[in-house]
Ligand binder design. Structure first.
Ligand code: MF3
Ligand code: CO
Ligand code: CO
Length: 248
């Protein structure tokens, strides 16, 4: 939970811009008939075009530049020859390393004619992020963010995944503190100006339980309901100011 210097914050911003560019390219590229491996190739090309490297590649043996999670896959879907179909929802999660700094962000994209329920699911994940970062301020605690994300998600009839969390970020993809998407207001580590964290609601249209596939990575909803993911890298500001969102 290290407070970043001006120079470090500049590094985080630059890495985050790469991630944002790769997400934008993925969004443009995704359409009916493309494979998730093709999406991953676009992501990797954009990251490398900035002189950055895809942090997920080789991370604990993870094979690709992005995580691409379709429908009931919550996170850590491994790109494959699976083609994207009309009505699918596709979550893309990207981490890039530039000059020693990490940026990390995720979005869920709707493909073609997506049901109203799925559009809403995607929107609730995004809005839960913004509900959470109302408390991403110096003087608040991590649990304030967590409880706000949980409350917003559950009030909107969705499940909030408990097995995976947001996190601090810096020279490493995952640094302290953990930033869960559920918890109690007034608990957890105090937030300080200059801290850099990833807030990332992972939500489902059903229950919160998940299971990991035999590949050791793919996280699916236990009940087969669809899932959405929305993540940004942010910097905590001082003086009760809202955070700076680096990957927007
Ligand atoms: N980007 C993910 C996160 O939000 C982690 C990626 S896991 C990896 O924390 F194995 F794909 F790298
Ligand atoms: Co991520
Ligand atoms: Co993350």
């Amino acid at each position: 939970m290290i407070v970043k210097s001006d120079k470090e914050r500049e590094g985080m911003r630059a890495a985050s811009r790469v991630v944002k560019a790769a997400l934008d390219a993925a969004e443009k590229f995704i359409k009916v008939g493309v494979t998730t491996l093709e999406i991953d190739a676009v992501v990797e090309e954009v990251i490398r075009s900035y002189g950055a490297t895809p942090s997920s590649k080789g991370f604990h043996g993870y094979p690709n530049a992005s995580c691409i999670s379709v429908n009931d896959v919550v996170v850590h879907g491994i790109p494959s020859l699976l083609t994207v179909k009309d009505g699918d929802i596709v979550s893309v999660d990207i981490t890039a390393l530039l000059n020693g700094y990490q940026g990390d962000a995720a979005r869920t994209f709707a493909v073609g004619n997506v049901s109203e329920a799925d559009r809403r699911l995607i929107q609730v994940a995004k809005d839960a992020f913004f509900a959470g970062i109302e408390y991403a301020k110096a003087g608040c605690r991590v649990g304030d963010i967590s409880s706000a994300v949980q409350l917003y998600t559950e009030l909107n009839g969705c499940g909030v995944v408990r097995d995976l969390t947001g996190h601090g970020i810096g020279h490493k993809m995952h640094e302290p503190p953990e930033v869960p998407n559920f918890g109690k207001h007034g608990t957890g580590a105090p937030l300080k100006a200059g801290m850099c964290i990833c807030v990332e609601p992972m939500i489902t249209a059903g229950g919160w339980r998940v299971r990991i596939e035999r590949d050791g990575w793919t996280v699916k909803t236990f009940d087969g309901s669809r899932a959405a993911h929305y993540e940004n890298t942010i910097i905590i500001n001082g003086d009760g100011e809202p955070p700076e969102i680096l990957t927007l």
